[in-house]
Design a protein around this ligand. Structure first.
Ligand SMILES: *[C@@H]1O[C@H](CO)[C@@H](O)[C@H](O)[C@H]1NC(C)=O
Ligand SMILES: *[C@@H]1O[C@H](CO)[C@@H](O)[C@H](O)[C@H]1NC(C)=O
Ligand SMILES: *[C@@H]1O[C@H](CO)[C@@H](O)[C@H](O)[C@H]1NC(C)=O
Ligand SMILES: *[C@@H]1O[C@H](CO)[C@@H](O)[C@H](O)[C@H]1NC(C)=O
Length: 332
């Protein structure tokens, strides 16, 4: 299992970078068996859950795997908080691995592995492996939706920007394919306009989300799903899946009681209106009933939400994972 992504699935790659996007301090990890690890969650991320369902151990970070090729055999997590599809995304936050850097890090690991096991074995190994990609949120949060600091919204309409992102995205996916990966899961974006950060910024009334933000990220999702169709059509012998994070998390926000959630519009850990200002600060006191919250902090979902999303995409219907689910892909 090879993971490419941002803070939704980072498991500690940013810990040693010069960055403000870190989560290796309490109360992050308050419900994780290792405590704070760099995961931006109270507990597990969706990647941890997918790994469990596939019967794989917790993955090493790229930073850990770099010095020890034997750790690479069960997979590596390359994800980096603040990273995006575009290299310039997240620049103001500090050090991070963008998608293209993550792909280079993967290639570097695979060069080591090829020396170790030989090219034919590597080809077979990669064809059985699964690539999970969770990216794009920062290209909005830490780029397009920050017009004071990034010029993308002056240069691109929302539709043109989504196309621009997907163009870069598909080139990196093809680079991974050319190294030998054949099974891809591409997560769409969640309803960012429902994150406590945007609710606070827009003083959104209870029960509502910031629809302008949701409409903008929705364009990326529509394009990503259509990219998945194109990739499946163009590359026989490979499988590409689209994970509907928007639909899955949107349904939890709209029908919280169905899932046992009580609080949809406030972070469990944070300060200010909606607990939506900035991050969850070191040693701040989070809410006690974390499984009843959709959001852990101003941006990131709780472990409870990650678990439902992971389950839905692993074994759920095509409305959550298209055109087949992760389990079906793994068995192919
Ligand atoms: C490399 O990783 C393996 C598996 O995790 C571990 O058993 C071994 O001790 C590590 N070797 C070094 C030199 O760190
Ligand atoms: C490739 O895999 C085969 C079968 O698992 C193994 O016998 C062989 O030693 C491997 N080759 C290398 C170079 O490791
Ligand atoms: C916009 O930003 C890009 C990337 O940061 C930069 O290359 C370009 O020069 C900028 N354009 C303007 C008009 O500021
Ligand atoms: C798929 O192939 C078509 C026809 O050759 C091409 O126009 C399109 O750009 C390709 N799409 C991708 C994502 O490779």
């Amino acid at each position: 299992m090879f993971v490419f992504g941002d803070s939704l699935v980072d498991n500690g790659n940013n810990n040693k970078l010069f960055s403000i996007a870190k989560a290796n301090y309490f109360p992050y990890g308050i419900d994780f068996y290792q405590g704070p690890s760099g995961r931006f969650s109270n507990g597990k991320t969706a990647v941890d859950m997918w790994g469990e369902m596939l019967g794989l151990p917790y993955l090493p970070t790229f930073v850990q795997s770099e010095s020890n090729v034997s750790t690479v055999l069960r997979g590596v997590n390359y994800a980096s908080a603040a990273g995006g599809v575009l290299d310039e995304t997240g620049l103001l936050v500090g050090g991070r691995f963008s998608l293209s850097q993550q792909v280079m890090n993967f290639k570097s690991n695979m060069n080591d592995l090829r020396n170790e096991m030989g090219p034919n074995n590597l080809t077979q190994y990669l064809a059985k492996s699964i690539a999970l990609i969770v990216l794009g949120s920062n290209d909005y949060l830490n780029n397009y939706l920050q017009p004071k600091y990034y010029n993308s919204s002056h240069n691109y309409t929302p539709q043109d920007y989504a196309d621009h992102l997907l163009n870069h995205y598909s080139r990196q996916i093809l680079a991974l394919h050319s190294v030998g990966l054949r099974k891809f899961f591409l997560a769409g974006l969640g309803p960012l306009g429902c994150a406590p950060y945007y609710l606070a910024q827009n003083r959104t009334p209870p029960g509502q989300c910031v629809s302008s933000v949701n409409e903008i990220v929705g364009l990326f999702n529509v394009g990503l799903k259509s990219l998945v169709d194109q990739l499946n059509g163009n590359h026989t012998g490979a499988i590409f899946l689209y994970g509907n994070a928007y639909g899955a998390i949107g349904d939890m926000i709209n029908n919280p009681s169905t899932y046992g959630f009580q609080v949809t519009n406030e972070g469990c850990c944070g300060i200010g209106r909606n607990k939506g200002k900035g991050i969850c600060f070191p040693f701040s006191r989070p809410c006690a009933n974390r499984d009843q919250y959709i959001f852990w902090d101003a941006f990131h979902p709780t472990q409870a939400v990650n678990a439902i999303f992971a389950q839905r995409t692993f074994s759920g219907p095509t409305s959550y994972c298209y055109p087949i689910n992760i389990q079906q892909m793994a068995l192919k």
